[in-house]
Structure formats: structure tokens, C-alpha cells
Design a binder for this molecule. Sequence first.
Ligand code: GLU
Length: 421
Amino acid sequence: MTTEQVAATINPWAVAQQQFDLAAEHLKLDPGIRQVLREPRRALTVTFPVKMDDGTVRVFTGYRVQHNLGRGPAKGGIRYHQDVSIDEVKALAMWMTWKCAVVGIPYGGGKGGVIVDPKKLSLKELEALTRRYTTEISVLIGPERDIPAPDVNTTPQIMAWMMDTYSMHAGYTVPGVVTGKPISLGGSEGRNEATARGCVYTVVAAAKHLGVDLTKTTAAVQGFGNAGSIAARLMRDEGSTVVAVSDTQGGIHKPTGLDIEKVLAWKQEHGTVVGFPGSTKITNGELLELDVDILIPAAYENQITAANAKNVKAKIIAEAANGPTTPEADEILAKKGVFMIPDILANAGGVTVSYFEWVQDLNRDHWSETVVNAKLKEIMDRSFGEVLAMSLLEEVNMRTAAYLVAVKRVADTTALRGLYP
Ligand code: GLU
């Protein structure tokens, strides 16, 4: 079976609950609080029609899930993908709760998705779908309640349409209802790069902790979207030799290192990294098993599983994607001594700068990119330090440590707030 086929057999919601259970056991969490945190607070399914360019009507299904609202409004992206399911959105929403808690920003967790291959829609159809989906989930979203953002296949333009739709209903402009907007509409400097930048900050921190000189390392990045392509560039800027990258059509390998700017230009022109001159074509599965020092999965869930974990050769893994490693694979990797920087920490830079964007919007303020990046670095370094300290104290791997930090913060809020009524 290919990595993609294996991934399709694993339910991300079961994975998310399994990861939570592990932390809940370790924390000896109160059974009541455990039951609450194990399920999403709200899960909305919407089915809505869109008029297509040829005049026909197509009906789409979408979701918005709020996992937890204890620490603040729900926060999390919207995914457009043909394989979106309610269980995937539930998992992604739960991961958002832990992610916001691990970096200490005042949000709960949410996520949304629409079952659609956006590459098959015209721009007009994409806008119509986005506006109608926004209207359907407007019973949940709002700057004080639930704030969407980009995720797989959703862009600043899509966020602009969401903001505009919500604002049209409100009767005035509400920039704080979504983040990841274009800068001219209240978007933040540095938001576009934030997921990758935060991820590379954690790699730098890990390398420092492990005594690794990044200029002597090689790296492979799975996924060449917003997170992956920018992570590849920033790893190169840190002096690492990026030998492989990939997208949905496959990967490319060049042992002497890829020129990331040229790969970006190639992808722009050809729609894929595959075929890049001077590189060898590999599969997404082969990329994960390359003999590199650093591996950055920046695509989808369930890529590193019990089926391939033993073949992974990287010494540091930084999860720019959400949920790329299963609990079974985690165990195998931990035994091999792989230093894992888990998703809820490694990719938290995106939501952190989303938080900065929201704060700027609510205050009608605009910060420079230098200020944004400095604040992001401070939060990522502090969070990395807290998770590492927990991992050393409790003698657990970095994922479990991140969960212990995050789940405890959310559980403490739940206990302090008490039960209503
Ligand atoms: N979709 C991103 C994530 O998975 C960003 C979420 C946000 O900025 O709210 O973390």
C-alpha cells in the first residue's frame, strides 16, 4: 500500500482521542473533565447549494466544529478538500484547542471544512461557495465567538470573501471575524509565513538543545503549500541543505540540495514540483524515508504510521502539518531516539500570528513585520522551552509533554470556571 492508501484507512479523530487519552491518564485527569474534553462542544454540518458557471446547481457539504471554548473564542482554519470528513474536522478542532493552550494564547479550538476539490472550481464558483458556506456557519462565527483562518487550500482571498460576507450581514466592516486576510484588509504582516517561520524557530531551538549545527544538516519537506514551501526556504536560510520536497503529485530529490526559489518558480509554471530539472522523482512515501537529518511533514494527516516509521532515518522531525504521525508511529520513533517536535507546538506559529492579527484588528492597529516576528519568536522559544522542560521532568517524549502542558492548562480553566448551572 502507498502512504496515501495507508493514511486513508486511519481515522484522525480516533488518533486525536488516543493522544488525548494518553495525556489524560498521565495527568490523572478528573473523570468528568476528561469526558468533557474528549468530545467537541459543538459540531455543525451544513449542506448548501451553489450555482455553477454552466447554470446547474451543485450541493456541497461543510462543517464547523468548536472543540472547546474554555480559554476564549474558538480558533482554527477552514479546509477545502475532497476528502474532508466530520471526523477529520473534529480532530483538527481538538488539536487547535491544545495548540492554542500550548503557546498560551487566549483561544479555544475550532476547525471548518468543505468537501470540495477547489482546483476544479472557477474563481467565480469558489467565491460563491465561500460566501454561501460563510453564511451557513454564521450562526457560530464572530470576532468574539469563533474566528476562522486559512488551512489546506484556503487563501487570503478566500478570507477576504469570508470577512466581506460576514460584514455585509452585520452592516459594517468586521475585520476581526477571520484571520489570514490580505494585509490591505486588516491582515497581519508575517501571517503568510508564520506557520513555517514558527516551525523553523522550533527546529533551531531543537538543534541548539541537541548540539546540532544546522549548516551541516540535510532536510526533506513533505508538502509544498503555504507551510511546506516557506519552511523549505527558511530551512535553507538557516544553512540546512534541502534535498527533497513534494506535493500531491509526488516528490523531487537532489542530494546536493535544491534551489528553493527555482523550485517555486517551476511549481508556479507547471503546477507541481515534479519534473524539476536535475532532480530525481520520488514518491511522497519515499521522501519520508530519505537519509536526512531533519524531516518536515507539511501536508496531511497519517503520513508516518506503523507501516513506515521504522524506515524513517531523520533525527529531528518537525510537524508543520496537523496530525502527520500516528500514536503507533510515535512509539516506534521514540524508541529509535528521534527528536519529535509535535504539531501542536511545531505549527503553532500560524495561529499565534492569527492571534496578533485579531488583536491588531480589534485595536485598529498595525504592527511591523519586525515586531510580529520578534513576538512570534518569543512565544515559540518560550513554548518550546516549557515543553522540553516538561519532557525532561516527566521523562516523556515531546508530544506527550506538549499534551501535558496543553491539557493541564485547559483542564485547569475548566475546573476554575466550574460547571454551569
Ligand atoms: N490552519 C492553521 C492551523 O492549523 C491556522 C489556524 C489559525 O490561524 O486560526 O493551525
